[in-house]
Design a protein around this ligand. Sequence first.
Ligand code: FAQ
Length: 312
Amino acid sequence: MENETKLKHFESLIDADSNIEPRDWMPEDYRKHLVRQISQHAHSEVIGMQPEGNWISRAPSLRAKKILLAKIQDEGGHGLYLYSAAETLGISRDELIQQLHSGKAKYSSIFNYPALTWADIGAIGWLVDGAAIVNQVSLQRTSYGPYARAMVRICKEESFHQRQGYEIMAHMMQGTPEQQEMAQDAMNRWWWPSLMMFGPHDTNSPHSGNAIKWKIKRASNDVLRQKFIDKTVQQAEIIGLTVPDKDLKWNEETKHYEHGEINWEEFQSVINGNGPCNKQRMDNHLKAHHEGEWVRKAATAYALKQNQSVKQ
Ligand code: FAQ
């Protein structure tokens, strides 16, 4: 088919809300857009294991430790589904990791903040996974088939993660004054960075135009952020936590909460490498990557040998 005919076919699939599959022709910009977004999403899942991993050996009970271990393993699994989805677009895992190490590919700003107390584990599950779900539920209907299917499974697991975080916060709010203070302190530190997870306002989001046109994004950054705020403020009230935003107020007409201004300078500084933990997160990833080299070599050699014996 001529390129114009191929493009028309691609657009007709998008218009009909059909998935684009790896076998389908797609414009090069669509492919690149997806590689960027899916790989950044995958890197976020994997780097996101670090703040919580810090608390496995210090969890306050065996039950809490088992739940946290399972949750962190889930995040690693999400990274794997997403790397596989990105690989269907014709890029290798090695190249994707290379882009992370060179700074070409980003990962979510949120994982550059430290987890200082056990309440932070509650705040991460409740707020960070809570924000991630709002975004990912809409991505279940994204136009690229392998990405959409990965999201279905990821959302089921994220919903358990959100609940385990909320349970930690609810328990701490029923505890001693010190525990309540710890929960409020975690809320104060994680609230604004969680709002930043949705990305810049729609008017400052360079990728949104194509993303909406190609149905990669099914809702805009601001629409999803608002959805998260509306449901989370009510959850905070139920357990007695205060949202650290003096401008937060319910608008009876719009039926949404109005919120204060997000600190976009902080957001830019964090995504440009200057957050509290950027260096530590990348150093840890590089160290684990180098230490795991022998495992990758052994696995590749084993797979080659298996292939050869099948051919013989
Ligand atoms: N952090 O034009 P837009 C999780 C960048 S998963 C860093 O609006 P777009 C699970 C953006 O990349 C969390 N960078 O971009 C978990 C672009 O820069 P570039 C990850 C950000 O793509 C929980 C520039 O700003 N989720 O948490 C951020 O249309 C607990 C301009 O922005 C996903 O990745 C940010 N927050 O919209 C794991 C979801 N926001 O690439 C462990 C999929 C924006 O040109 C523990 N991704 N940027 O250099 C998306 O939905 C979109 O990519 C957005 C950004 C909404 C993140």
